[in-house]
Design a protein around this ligand. Structure first.
Ligand code: SF4
Length: 645
């Protein structure tokens, strides 16, 4: 082993079927090649899953993988990736969560936790100072995500920050396809249903005792120097914002609501309108002034920005409800998207129920929006909706519907399948009203039509509703050769920039640091990785890692049964809004989609017809062992088993 190979990743493996718990290590060269986080998770899924593994197969695995910097003193370094075959796409899910849970796992002495098999009875996993144990969890069933955390901490005698709990709510227990895994009251990994997989395995929660052990650092002095440079750069970076009413470091992502509305990026009434005149009432500064809402600060691991809060409704009809503060995604889902223009308390209450039932707010938001619209236009009747009056903006009906979805009761059983499948099953033209990607998931809560690059970012995403590469506004001449932002409707420029930065997101997720910090200068990111691990990585090697992961994710999904024609976006994504003025030059068309996808595939070294990385590309990226597997697949037909999944 070369010294610069750094640490050898430590794996804790829990087999739920047999109850066996083992510890093992990958070698250090493997650790450097796959860096951490989504790199570890994606590679392990490639190595350990049989081809065409269905999300609900006992062969599927749930892999919690920490970034290279998770749990250190680096700002925002609480990130953990959750990787599995997800139920919305039956392809890769790789979702990220912050808070403290990942840092606690590292301090317990592990870099990767692999959950495999299926438990014979509901269980929870406890990781303590000298013990790792599966324990019965029947007594936790039915509890929401916050109640589960409180009950477990109390039972363990480890209140507050003395432990950290990751768990599922009723939605995960009941097989809702878009259930998330929630930790530290307000953080979650939810894209493409990792909580559904955890529930299918009958694992209700994972509780970790917080230990005082320091994370080993190769060069502590160098780390201290470079992490400060990184923080200063992130502070000055536009992504962190300079204004106290809009900067992420002060008010989270909710501060961007007004700006998103003005830029026509806010989705209004399920993409049918461009008018949201009362948007300002839902902005963070307005909500903070409202005496009905009480905000209590809750910090993420090692984050000096420390903007996270819990929120309690202390007056009015929702008095007593407590949950996570709304971020941009949650507030836009429960206001503009569902036609709620006035009821701030109702919107907040709906957001709290979504989190506490344990579902992904993006999928849930677009699902609710579709249902409101289908009710308004007469495709779904009140009887079909169990008597609920789903008029635009009716938050109480939305709250009741989310509870029914989480418990798969009545119409909730159909809707628990997610936007795409629910629209297909409703029929009667419902699909024309549904916003989703054809891989199977709903995108972030934006009006994606206002930025064509989103078509590529989500439509080509191989890991669920994560914006694969946010081309918009990206400028970095030094590291990526991009000296001005791509024009929003220029396909050639979008393709060019997308290919140049395709390597960015994997390294964000592999570092173990919040992406509000990883938008800083990459030289500091790479130097910090080296200080912690002892590597001598260059920016070029980090970029090579990113491209390696982009191609490996695609190969994993193709091996699992996805095909080139499975990628894309729904018809509603290509429609014009019926109400208000549409100020953009055009909407995307199937032709634009094809042009964009083909250009990106060619730029990444993929075969344009099959959207599969070529053997030469795989060899160049150090994935020689993957090439023969891909050569043995028939990429012109879809496997029968996967089509039915
Ligand atoms: S910037 Fe916000 S989300 Fe990121 S680590 Fe800090 S508090 Fe958490």
């Amino acid at each position: 082993m070369k010294k610069q190979d750094g640490p050898a990743p430590r794996i804790l493996r829990v087999d739920l079927t047999t109850g066996t718990i083992t510890r093992e290590r990958k070698d250090a060269a493997w650790g450097r090649k796959y860096v951490g986080g989504m790199g570890f998770g994606t590679r392990l899924l490639w190595e350990e899953l049989p081809p065409e593994t269905a999300w609900d197969s006992p062969d599927n695995k749930l892999i919690f993988s920490l970034g290279a910097l998770t749990g250190t003193t680096v700002c925002g370094s609480g990130l953990c990736c959750v990787n599995t075959i997800g139920p919305l796409t039956n392809g890769l899910a790789s979702a990220q969560t912050l808070g403290h849970w990942g840092a606690c796992l590292r301090r317990a002495g592990y870099d990767i936790l692999i959950i495999q098999g299926e438990a014979p009875a509901w269980s929870y996993l406890f990781i303590g100072e000298d013990t790792v144990e599966l324990r019965p969890a029947d007594w936790l069933l039915g509890k929401d995500t916050w109640e589960t955390e409180d009950a477990l901490k109390e039972a363990l005698g480890l209140p507050g920050r003395r432990s950290s709990v990751a768990c599922i709510g009723p939605a995960g227990e009941n097989g809702v396809r878009f259930a998330g895994i929630f930790n530290d009251k307000g953080h979650l990994a939810s894209s493409n249903g990792p909580g559904t997989v955890m529930g299918h395995k009958r694992l209700k929660a994972i509780a970790i005792q917080r230990l005082d052990r320091e994370v080993e650092v190769a060069d502590p002095e160098e780390l201290d120097r470079v992490r400060r440079l990184w923080f200063d750069d992130a502070n000055a970076n536009t992504a962190s914002g300079k204004s106290k009413s809009s900067g992420v470091r002060y008010v989270g992502t909710l501060g961007s609501l007004n700006m998103m509305n003005m830029a026509h990026l806010l989705p209004i009434k399920n993409y049918t309108s461009t008018e949201f005149p009362t948007c300002g009432n839902f902005n963070r500064d307005k909500l903070e002034e409202d005496p009905r809402f009480k905000w209590v600060r809750t910090a993420c691991w090692a984050c000096p920005w420390n903007h996270c809060h819990s929120l309690e409704i202390v007056d009015g009809k929702y008095k007593g409800m407590v949950g996570d503060e709304p971020e941009y995604e949650g507030m836009s889902a429960t206001s503009a998207l569902i036609g709620n223009f006035d009821d701030t308390a109702g919107g907040l209450a709906l957001g709290i129920v979504i989190d506490r039932m344990g579902v992904d707010v993006k999928e849930c938001g677009f699902l609710l929006a579709m249902v409101y619209e289908l009710y308004e236009c007469g495709i779904l009747s009140r009887e079909e909706l169990d008597g609920l009056e789903m008029n635009w903006g009716n938050c109480d009906a939305g709250i009741e519907l989310v509870k029914r979805i989480a418990h798969r009761e009545g119409v909730g059983d159909l809707l628990a399948e997610g936007v795409k499948r629910a629209a297909e099953r409703i029929g009667r033209g419902a699909d024309e009203h549904a916003v989703y990607t054809t891989q199977g998931f709903a995108p972030h809560i934006h009006d994606q039509r206002s930025q064509w690059s989103r078509l590529a970012g989500f439509g080509m995403s191989d890991y669920g509703s994560n914006l694969m590469n946010p081309v918009e506004g990206f400028v970095d001449k030094e590291n990526f050769g991009i000296d001005k932002p791509a024009k929003a409707f220029d396909v050639e420029e979008i393709v060019d920039h997308y290919v140049k930065i395709a390597c960015h997101r994997p390294i964000d997720d592999a570092t173990g640091v919040c992406m509000f910090y990883t938008q800083a200068d990459w030289r500091y990111v790479v130097e910090t990785l080296n200080a912690v691990t002892g590597w001598d990585m260059t920016v070029e090697e980090a970029k090579q890692f990113g491209y390696r992961m982009v191609s490996l994710m695609r190969c994993l999904n193709l091996r699992n049964g996805m095909r080139a024609w499975d990628y894309g976006v729904s018809k509603r994504w290509m429609s014009l809004p019926a109400e208000g003025e549409w100020k953009q030059p055009a909407v995307v068309t199937p032709q634009v989609q094809k042009q964009m996808f083909d250009g990106i595939a060619a730029g990444l070294g993929w075969d344009v017809e099959t959207a599969c990385p070529t053997a030469e590309t795989l060899r160049r990226l150090g994935l020689e062992d993957v090439a023969p597997v891909m050569a043995g697949l028939d990429l012109t037909t879809a496997p029968e088993a996967v089509r039915k999944a």
